[in-house]
Design a protein around this ligand. Structure first.
Ligand code: KG4
Ligand code: ZN
Length: 339
């Protein structure tokens, strides 16, 4: 089954074609991405109305591009998958309406998929994908979740953030440090020059049992540290780098401590890390050390599939459409909040 995947939940327009005739990553026939980040950076965050308009402008040209790359014609498609949520409602509707319109015109099935299921299964597109079951740590701008994954559609939530997501915390810390949106990669770059011993930030909720996360206290701690440095006239470039480093260490440590617990609790030896924050090098290093200690293995999507993309949506959609799932005719979904 050849499936066109469409991702428009936030600030990236992603389109891809996945063919279930080939295993794993070989099924990915084409993928294209247009990032709106440069446009939103000017405003310090995503402007929803601008995001929707830009998706409208870019989506069909990207569909044409992936068809040319594959190379296929529209008539070769057997199904269409789109991100139905969670995300910005206007942005989601562009993808949903386009997917349903095309599917109606081509008389093929169409299916709305969950954005986080896309992130969760993105490592399946790599050359050595994880076998089921595994633990997954999903760390994006909107979510921080630990999930036990038994198979496609068989997910058990082990823990999640009770307030800010890890990516959101990175973005807010970046803002405090005067760095552009999205802040994660900028904080990581600044942290490289930082002294890990100068400050020690708290590791929230690691001193009690459980797999939930909380990052809002860490955000306050970061702000207080910056204000104190400012008040004493010592907030120079080195101090900013030291704060970025302390912040990054605290987030990475907190996430890895909970991963270790999740592996212990489930007895599993495979862990997948996905979502934008999984691109973070320090976090990957920490997890690698932890995995080595317990003879476990970590799996990641390639860099460009850590953040939002159409390939992960095409993959999930292809698995589910091939299993017979589809939206009812005319029932397009755009669900901004979807647990
Ligand atoms: O998965 P994603 O592209 O979009 C959502 O579904 O939210 O994740 C975006 C988030 C942003 O908060 C961004 O700052 C963060 O991922 N991020 C990073 C890194 N690259 C992206 N955070 C830390 N280190 C990075 N290298
Ligand atoms: Zn995402």
């Amino acid at each position: 089954m050849r499936v066109l995947g469409i991702e428009t939940s936030c600030d990236e327009t992603g389109v891809a074609i996945y063919d279930t005739a080939y295993p794993g990553g070989d099924g990915l026939l084409a993928d294209a991405l247009y990032s709106q980040i440069a446009m939103h950076t000017e405003y310090g965050g995503v402007v929803p109305e601008l995001a929707s308009r830009d998706h409208t402008r870019k989506l069909l040209p990207l569909v044409e591009q992936v068809l040319r790359e594959a190379p296929l014609t529209r008539q070769d498609l057997d199904g269409i998958a789109y991100t139905a949520g969670p995300g910005l409602v206007g942005a989601l509707m562009v993808g949903a309406a386009t997917a349903h319109g095309m599917a109606r015109a081509l008389d093929i099935p169409v299916l709305g998929v969950h954005h986080m299921e896309g992130h969760l299964l993105a490592p399946m597109l790599e050359s050595e994908p994880p076998a089921f079951p595994f633990v997954a740590l999903l760390v994006s701008g909107g979510h921080t979740q630990l999930v036990a994954v038994e198979g496609i559609g068989r997910y058990q939530l082990l823990g999640e953030s009770v307030d800010d997501a890890a990516g959101e915390a990175f973005d807010k810390a970046a803002k405090m440090l005067g760095l552009p949106y999205p802040g994660g990669p900028h904080v990581a770059r600044l942290a490289e020059q930082g002294d890990p011993k100068r400050f020690r930030f708290p590791r929230p909720m690691t001193d009690r049992p459980g797999l939930d996360f909380s990052f809002s206290g860490l955000k306050t701690h970061t702000l207080t540290a910056i204000r104190e440095l400012e008040a004493s006239g010592t907030l120079d470039e080195q101090a900013r780098a030291d704060v970025a480093r302390a912040f990054e260490e605290a987030v990475a440590d907190t996430l890895v401590i909970k991963c270790r617990r999740a592996l212990d609790q489930t007895g599993l030896k495979r862990i997948v890390m996905a979502g934008g924050v999984s691109a973070n090098t320090r976090l990957r290093e920490r997890l690698a050390v932890e995995c080595k200690k317990r003879n476990a293995r970590a799996y990641y999507p390639r860099g460009r599939f850590c953040t939002d993309n159409g390939a992960m949506i095409a993959y999930v959609g292809a698995q589910r459409l091939a299993a017979g799932e589809s939206d009812a005719e005319g029932q397009m979904q755009a669900t901004p909040r979807w647990p």
